[in-house]
Structure formats: structure tokens, C-alpha cells
Design a protein around this ligand. Structure first.
Ligand code: SF4
Ligand code: SF4
Length: 373
């Protein structure tokens, strides 16, 4: 097993961790098998963001007597108070949820605690103004939270939290479909048809480098793009990437500590550990950099070069959450509805389509998202 260190605390995490969005497909016994396998392999990091409440209890039972062998990434702002997954950033809800995660897992500390899926300035303001951020800082000072961070999908929000000077850890979505932009300078008009290729998004690259400089480490979510990258028919690159290629890609980004791979059961984790036995050739993902935008016609890479939208829809995020939902990510639906505007607000003006370098049928996709979600 390979390990990486969080500089502020010395926390040593395995480069593969357990992401829990689909782990409800395992019952209590299968969860024990999953954790047994993780321990055998030296996988020591578990994320606590689950789509349903039951897996917390299963983890609690599976970790009995070996809590200290694992590092738990707990979530502040996740709740199941209505019986279903939702986010709640009120101080009272965050306290209840955090205490619950600690009690169920037999913990008196959190190795990592992240504010759960903070994606908008409104989310940020709720945490800052409602007392939740100060509550977490106090626990950090007392040593109960050993690394504090946020889970987010957006660079802007990550940068806002970096500015607090209190960040140790991010949970951030990273994969090639999220990282690449068209390579040419002018993102609009005819020029898009003659682009020389795709390039790493400068905003994202800067975020990764800032994290390196400041000692913040990133645990990756969505390394497979919600499964979209694993099949040629759904990948924006027109060919499938393998699981080891996706994981290698994410682990090669600066500041990345671990990939929290979404697992349903032990077998999914076994698949992920193929990373460590794959040959150099099997891990090579360099074909991505040679792809021309015209080869990616029709598939959204969430770059937002089609913006601004006259009614204020975040087109890239809308596509991203819709695609994740279609791939079976239940939590993505809630994130979709948390946006101030969504597909139902689309007036079908088509301006975005004239700007998109990848020929995405945005209007059609908005109608589909509206009908499905
Ligand atoms: S639709 Fe917008 S976000 Fe999607 S690929 Fe085209 S420009 Fe990028
Ligand atoms: S077609 Fe819809 S999503 Fe695109 S710019 Fe117009 S309103 Fe916005």
C-alpha cells in the first residue's frame, strides 16, 4: 500500500480510501467483509458521506475493536433527520450529526472533518454566519477535529475557505472530464472548430498548486466521473478509461492525498486495488492530452465556456449533477436542487450552444434534466 501525509497533522492515509455514497448496497455482514478487506490491504481511510443512514451503523459495528486502525473523514452538515439524506448547515443540526457520527463509530475524535458539499456563496455564508464554522474551529483547537476542511465541487468556494487560513483538507471532485478546457485562448465562435486540443483548466491547476504551497491535502471524489469515464459510450473522450487509469490520473494531481473510491461492496474495492498491480502501460492516460475537441463532440466536460446564461443557470454544474444522478449518484439530486437556478429555468435561447466548443446540445439536455429530476 502507498501512503501520503497531511502536512499540518502528520496524518498518514492510504492512496485509496473508501467512498460511501453507494455502500448502502452492502448489509451489515458485507460491510464487515469490506472493512476486513480494507484492513488486509492497508486501506485506512473511510469517508462518512452516505446516501442513507444505515451504513453509519454498519460501519460502527465493523469498526468495533479496530477504530484506531482507520482514519474517518466525518461530514459536518450531512443529516438524515427526515429519514433521507439532506444537507443542513444550522449549528444545532451540525452538532447533532457530528455527535452521532462520533458515537456510532466509537470515536472521541475525527481524523478529518469536512463541511459537507459546500458549493455556493450562500452555503458559505450560512456556515460562517450561523456559528457552524466557529464551532468546528473550537473542536480543531481542542484536538477533537485533527484536520478541518470542506467537501466541494467548485474552485471558487475552495478559494474562499483557503482565505480563512484554517483549511487542512479538501474533498474535491477530480477527473479528466472535470479538469480539461479547450486549449485555444478564444473559447467562443468559429475558432472553437480549429482548436489544437484540450488543456488543464488554469483555475483548477492554480487551486491544486495553492494547496501544495499551503500544506492542504485533497481527498478525491468522483475519480471515475460517476462511472461515466469507464465506458466509451458515456465518456466525453469517446473511449473508456480503466479504473487504474482514473485513479492514477487523480493521484498525479498536485496535493492529492487519496482517492475515495465509491464502493458498493468489497468487490468494488478489490477492483480499485488493481491500481497497485497495473503495469506502466496499463496506467498510461496520456491519450487524453492528444484528443481534439472535435473528437469530443456532444459530451459536456463541465468547463462553462458556454456561460454566461441569461437566466443565471450554472450550465456546467447542472450537467454534472444530472450526469452523476443518471450514473446512480443519489446525493447529486439534492445538490442539483440546491442550486439557485436549474434546468427548469432554461428559456431555450440557445446562446450557450453557439459558445460550446464541444457541440453539446444544451437545450435538449436541459429539457431531459427537467423531465427526469
Ligand atoms: S455545454 Fe458548456 S459546460 Fe458543457 S462542455 Fe459545452 S461549454 Fe463546457
Ligand atoms: S439555452 Fe437555456 S441554458 Fe442555454 S443560455 Fe439559454 S437559458 Fe441558459
Amino acid at each position: 500500500m502507498e501512503y501520503r501525509i497531511f502536512p499540518h497533522s502528520g496524518l498518514k492515509v492510504s492512496t485509496i480510501g473508501i467512498g460511501s455514497g453507494s455502500v448502502h448496497e452492502s448489509d451489515a455482514k458485507q460491510t464487515i467483509e469490506l472493512i476486513d478487506y480494507a484492513q488486509e490491504q492497508g486501506i485506512n481511510l473511510i469517508d462518512m458521506a452516505t446516501s442513507y443512514p444505515e451504513p453509519w451503523k454498519h460501519y460502527g459495528a465493523a469498526l468495533k475493536g479496530r477504530r484506531d486502525q482507520f482514519h474517518l473523514q466525518m461530514h459536518l452538515g450531512i443529516t438524515y433527520e427526515t429519514g433521507e439524506y439532506s444537507r443542513n448547515y444550522t449549528l444545532e443540526s451540525i452538532k447533532r450529526s457530528f455527535e452521532n457520527q462520533m458515537e456510532i463509530t466509537g470515536s472521541d475524535y475525527a481524523d478529518i472533518a469536512v463541511f459537507h458539499c459546500v458549493d455556493t456563496p450562500e452555503d458559505y455564508n450560512k456556515l460562517m454566519d450561523g456559528g457552524a464554522f466557529d464551532y468546528a474551529i473550537k473542536f480543531k483547537r481542542d484536538g477533537i477535529i485533527r484536520n478541518l476542511g470542506i467537501a466541494t465541487h467548485t474552485v471558487e468556494i475552495a478559494n474562499r475557505f483557503i482565505a480563512t487560513g484554517e483549511m487542512d483538507a479538501f474533498m474535491f471532485s477530480i477527473n479528466p472530464a472535470y479538469d480539461f478546457d479547450p486549449a485555444a485562448n478564444d473559447p467562443y465562435g468559429e475558432d472553437s472548430k480549429t482548436r489544437s486540443g484540450i488543456a488543464v483548466s488554469q483555475d483548477r491547476q492554480k487551486l491544486f498548486q495553492d494547496c501544495v504551497r499551503l500544506g492542504i491535502r485533497i481527498n478525491v471524489m468522483k475519480a471515475y466521473g460517476g462511472g461515466k469515464l469507464l465506458e466509451a459510450k458515456t465518456s466525453p473522450f469517446g473511449r473508456a478509461m480503466s479504473i487504474p487509469q482514473c485513479l492514477k490520473y487523480a493521484l498525479d494531481r498536485p496535493a492529492v492525498a487519496s482517492c475515495m473510491v465509491g464502493v458498493r461492496n468489497k468487490q468494488d474495492l478489490v477492483e480499485a486495488t488493481r491500481l497497485y498491480t497495473a503495469t506502466e502501460k496499463e496506467l498510461d492516460y496520456s491519450f487524453i492530452s492528444k484528443i481534439q475537441p472535435k473528437e469530443m463532440r456532444g459530451a459536456c466536460v463541465y468547463c462553462n465556456h458556454c456561460m454566461p446564461c441569461p437566466v443565471g443557470i450554472d450550465i456546467g454544474q447542472t450537467h454534472k449533477f444530472f450526469d452523476l444522478y443518471l450514473a446512480g449518484d443519489e446525493i447529486a439530486k439534492e445538490h442539483y436542487y440546491a442550486m439557485s437556478k436549474n434546468a427548469g429555468d432554461c428559456i431555450q435561447c440557445g446562446i450557450c450552444e453557439s459558445r460550446c466548443p464541444f457541440g453539446v446540445a444544451v437545450r435538449e439536455k436541459m429539457q431531459a434534466a427537467c423531465a427526469t429530476l
